[in-house]
Ligand binder design. Structure first.
Ligand code: FAD
Ligand code: DLZ
Ligand code: SF4
Length: 510
């Protein structure tokens, strides 16, 4: 009896029931392969981070007496895909049974199901034991409903898992604190510097550089800032709880130049690779709030809990409900290419320059930068959702398709026509100025709509509404915008549309 168990690069969950006790009849396999490095132009920090975390996980398994086959990227017998490597191992080492954990990506799910049909030995699949919800829990919850309101799903999960509840009621009597969580950073406020690691990843980096793998972005190979194992992930969590949680909610939507993470946790990479679990993150956050009730207001805690037990689980559920159709949805029928400067950060638009450059330098941008700077611009400019998805799937260290595509195509681009969001997240310069300190030092002027130096967001914003009137005017949450648009003087409208057209024509020079 010999069992082969596959551990994917985003399944580094040391608390999984598989690893409770070492078993001589079981061998684990982990593999660095081209099918995974090449499905997007990943940020170099993402590939290095995932490989480093995988290597560290396999070493920890070996220390705990598990048998592990680790296939390095450049190993001669590495056939560079899950199915080929597994078929070859089964043939070579006479395994009698194959097991894997439910993958989080639709593509890999299909590959592994096909693989199990093609091999002659028996096979089985087990849960990854990471999420609060199962793959189909959202589908069951919304059965028969026309809309998928995140808030309802979130409340159900708070009740079901007894998170911040008093019997059947939310602790403090209120479910939602969003309205308190929209503050701009005060002018002279100096945010707490982020905890960064100094991992030496030069060996992994050199190995990647010997191949023709295409990557984007920058890296400091001797001071790699991201956590690459469970211990560092827990350190980052502790840092967040002690230093950031008390201001997390207040400044959740705030942006300021040269501060790349503010009071955000940067735990998405650790959680998406399953080095830490959403349960332990939430439990520790609640514990911290109990410990320091005078310092941590409830809105800060609820804002954080909502992102994890709410949005994160919700996006996973939508993904499994709507894939594979979701990946080709294009509600606005957008067709344009991303401007070149999305790959270089070389633009005069201050907000975009800052968000893109920090993404290239850290493989990270916080939520509101992704949504209201890069995402907002891409939607206003009518970029094809495939182009936008490819960019987001590559550039962020936490980008795994289940949570990338639902956020990008859904929340940010409204390409799903309103499954995830009730209206498109678009804005002119006034919102960006309200939430950030970008406009003051920008080449463009936030208050100008047409003519030289007009902020491109202003004309593109009205152009977007004008162009998509047939699809949006009936939306009750947007009707008001159309009243404003219709009441505008015809010459003002023409000037706005001409300005937008001019900017779209020279989009690469913005
Ligand atoms: P924090 O602000 O500290 O939030 C705490 C945690 O809550 C995060 O670690 C994350 O696990 C969870 N969370 C917060 N918002 C969301 C959300 N909208 N959906 C799911 N989980 C959420 N998140 C990814 O993990 N991977 C992606 O590829 C990804 N792509 C995105 C693309 C776009 C266009 C947008 C608008 C959002 C995207 N997000 C993605 C969601 C969110 O921006 C990131 O989870 C967050 O910025 C990660 O940083 P953090 O850990 O510091 O988050
Ligand atoms: C993202 C990624 C990369 C770049 N490389 C690997 C890899 O070499 N081996 C691996 O097992 N996983 C990798 N991953 C993460 C996978 O893409 C992820 O496991 C699938 O998307 C399934 O969710
Ligand atoms: Fe961005 Fe416009 Fe403000 Fe410049 S003026 S930072 S382009 S919103």
């Amino acid at each position: 009896n010999k069992t082969l168990r596959l551990v994917l690069g985003d399944q580094l969950n040391s608390n999984h029931s598989w690893f409770k006790a070492a078993d001589n009849s079981v061998t684990y396999v982990m593999m660095e392969i081209r099918s995974e490095t090449d499905y997007a132009s990943h940020h170099i920090q993402k590939v290095v981070g995932i490989f480093s975390a995988m290597r560290s996980f396999s070493k920890a398994l070996e220390l705990n007496k598990h048998q592990v086959i680790y296939m390095y990227l450049n190993d001669e017998d590495n056939l560079q895909s899950f199915e080929k490597n597994i078929q070859s191992l089964i043939a070579k080492d006479n395994f009698t049974h194959f097991e894997y954990q439910l993958p989080d990506e639709f593509r890999v799910d299909v590959v592994l199901k096909e693989l199990c049909k093609s091999i002659e030995i028996s096979s089985s699949v087990i849960d990854s034991e990471h999420f609060f919800t199962s793959r189909n829990e959202l589908e069951h919850f919304f059965e028969g409903k026309k809309t998928f309101v995140m808030e309802n799903f979130y409340r159900m999960l708070r009740k079901k898992h007894d998170v911040l509840m008093e019997g059947n009621q939310p602790l403090t009597g209120k479910w939602n604190y969003d309205s308190e969580n929209r503050k701009k950073l005060p002018k002279n406020h100096k945010p707490t510097p982020p905890l960064v690691f100094s991992n030496d990843v030069s060996i992994v980096l050199e190995e990647i550089h010997t191949t023709d793998i295409k990557t984007i972005g920058n890296i400091d190979a001797v001071n790699f800032v991201w956590p690459i194992n469970r211990e560092q992930s827990l350190q980052l969590l502790d840092f967040f709880l002690v230093e950031c949680l008390q201001l997390f909610g207040s400044f959740q939507d705030a942006m300021t130049p040269n501060e790349w993470s503010l009071y955000h946790s940067r735990l998405s990479f650790s959680m998406n690779l399953k080095m830490i679990s959403p349960q332990e993150v939430i439990e520790k956050a609640i514990h911290e709030w109990h410990k320091r009730p005078d310092e941590i207001e409830f809105n800060q805690l609820e804002g954080f809990v909502r992102q994890i037990i709410g949005w994160r689980e919700y996006m996973r559920g939508i993904y499994w409900l709507k894939m594979p159709e979701y990946a080709s949805m294009n509600f606005f029928n957008n067709k344009e290419k991303l401007p070149d400067w999305f790959w270089t950060g070389d633009t005069k638009m201050n907000c975009l320059k800052d968000a893109i450059n920090q993404s290239l330098n850290f493989a990270y941008a916080h939520h509101i930068q992704r949504l209201m700077i890069t995402g907002n611009f891409a939607l206003l400019a009518g970029i094809h959702p495939d182009e936008i998805d490819a960019w987001y799937l590559g550039i962020y260290i936490d980008a795994i398709e289940w949570v990338e595509i639902t956020n990008t195509r859904g929340m940010s681009q409204f390409a799903d026509g309103g499954i995830v969001g009730t209206k498109p997240y678009v804005s002119s310069a006034s919102y960006i100025d309200k939430m950030s300190h970008y406009c003051g030092t920008c080449f463009y002027r936030k208050e100008i709509k047409t003519g030289e130096k007009a902020c491109p967001f202003n004309s593109l914003y009205w152009n977007f509404y004008d162009k998509n009137e047939d699809k949006l005017a009936k939306n009750p949450r947007i009707g008001m915008m159309y009243n404003v648009w219709r009441k505008m003087k015809p010459e003002a409208k023409v000037a706005l549309l001409e300005q937008a057209e001019y900017y779209l024509k020279k989009i690469n020079e913005l």
